[in-house]
Write a protein that binds this ligand. Structure first.
Ligand code: SF4
Length: 459
């Protein structure tokens, strides 16, 4: 569908609601990663343009959208539970429209299951079909037509409306898809091959965000280090960062996710030289064992990973380092797990996102022999937490009594009188301050360090 296609159906929806004098409400629920949060912002942007307001209460909603994630089995189970819970509401209010989208819905067996067992669902589509959502919705409202679509649109559609959070924080996708086929990962099967946006489109979007007052911009891609490989012109991710850094204004740039095999010295040099690029690197290593890395098809060694980190620390001594790690990959031995522990101790991460291996149907790892018991996996997971806790705390303590610049995201979830924000390194800081600071920067003196967060007072 062309750009004009979604615009046409947004207009038709708008006219439909205007003619019946209705202000419909939508509940949009997002599971999973930042890419999904960004996709949901586009879904909300299109709904907003079509005349929808928003609510959290399914009982009051005219439309419920579940934007799903396929990365972990547990999240999938939750989605099925939540879809099932809508059945009695749909029975009582047949006009309620239910759309389920995102990575999980790109899988054939999932669409089949929804079609057969969750017949109250009206629209099902994968992540590349977001631009077709207004058409599906219109046809469902106007003609009662159901849509189940797994087709992939390879082209990138620019300019779709976006409804961003009002806290000065913005996600900007730089590329879609992934070519890496790590053996445990479902993403390449559900988000397709790598497609980069043109640099000028990204720069224009970032420039207008800065003009609109956004201060914390995160560049998104499954593997941002691959940016530009599919484009003519030779602009790679480091070049893109440098160009974005040249936009005038007081703002921060972050990016996720990087892949060690594609992370270059050029990129790390560029980070060090660009004042708006945060000193924060999320570089997933997944395992400290070369045998496991090979079985994961990660295409780097633990030594190569550590040497990249050493280079990053040399160029940016204050850099905050985070990583993803999988414990209990099929066949991982105790000795191999110990190599992961060694690497964690050697690097001294600021934070670690640790996952127990989750089997994903259709991936090569799903058919690998897996003699490791669930108890062993859980023990390794717990041990890794025991190792990372004191390291994270020690890293946080380095900031004690220092004044740091903080991007203020909002109020604390546990105390509405406390503001919460992020340092350049992505560390959470809680402090007392005026709510007018939300969406901007504040300078905070750190007075307390916990394992996962800091507390302080404005200066
Ligand atoms: S790089 Fe590997 S883990 Fe990341 S999205 Fe691609 S296949 Fe998945």
């Amino acid at each position: 569908m062309s750009e004009a296609g979604y615009e046409r159906y947004i207009k038709l929806l708008k006219n439909h609601f205007a003619s019946c004098g209705k202000k419909p409400k939508a509940a949009v629920v997002t599971y999973g990663c930042q890419q999904n949060i960004s996709d949901s912002e586009i879904i909300k942007g299109m709904l907003d343009a079509a005349g929808y307001g928003f609510c959290d209460d399914y009982e009051k909603a005219d439309l419920v959208v579940f934007n799903t994630c396929a990365v972990r089995e547990h999240a999938e189970m939750r989605v099925y539970g939540n879809i099932g819970a809508l059945k009695p509401i749909k029975r009582a209010r047949p006009d309620l429209k239910i759309a389920v989208c995102g990575c999980m819905m790109q899988q054939e067996h999932v669409q089949k299951q929804i079609k057969e067992k969750y017949r109250h669902v009206d629209m099902v589509f994968g992540p590349s079909l977001v631009s077709r959502f207004p058409e599906m919705l219109y046809k469902s409202i106007e003609h009662g037509q159901k849509s189940f679509d797994r087709s992939e649109i390879p082209e990138i559609i620019e300019g779709m409306p976006v409804r961003r959070a009002e806290n000065g924080k913005a996600w900007v996708t730089v590329m879609y898809g992934c070519n890496n086929f790590c053996t445990y990962c479902i993403v390449p099967y559900v988000r397709g091959r790598e497609r980069s946006r043109k640099a000028e489109d990204i720069v224009n979007e970032a420039r207008s965000l800065v003009k609109d007052g956004f201060k914390d911009i995160t560049l998104l891609g499954q593997n941002v280090n691959s940016y530009g490989k599919d484009l003519a012109g030779g602009c790679d991710f480091a070049d893109l960062l440098r160009e974005l850094n040249g936009i005038e204004g007081d703002f921060w740039l972050r990016f996720v996710t990087s892949h060690p095999k594609d992370c270059t010295h050029k990129l790390l040099d560029t980070m060090a030289e660009c004042d708006k690029v945060c000193r924060q690197l999320h570089l997933p290593f997944q395992s400290g064992s070369d045998r496991v890395l090979d079985a994961m098809n990660r295409r780097y060694t633990a030594e190569k990973y550590v040497s990249l980190i050493d280079y990053a620390k040399e160029k940016m001594p204050d850099i905050a380092l985070t990583s993803d790690v999988i414990v209990g990959f099929p066949g991982e031995t105790e000795a191999e797990f110990e190599k992961t522990v060694e690497l964690v101790k050697r690097v001294e991460f600021d934070n670690l996102f640790t996952f127990i291996y989750s089997k994903r149907e259709g991936t090569p790892a799903a058919v690998m022999a897996d003699p490791v018991t669930d108890e062993q996996k859980q023990r390794r997971f717990d041990r890794l937490l025991e190792v990372i806790h004191p390291i994270s705390r020690k890293k946080n303590e380095r900031l004690l009594n220092k004044t740091v610049k903080v991007f203020v995201e909002g109020t604390s979830k546990t105390d509405k009188n406390v503001l919460t924000g992020k340092t350049e390194g992505g560390k959470t800081v809680d402090f007392k301050g005026e709510s007018s600071l939300i969406g901007g920067f504040a300078f905070v003196k750190i007075t307390e360090c916990k394992t996962w967060s800091l507390a302080g007072e404005t200066v």
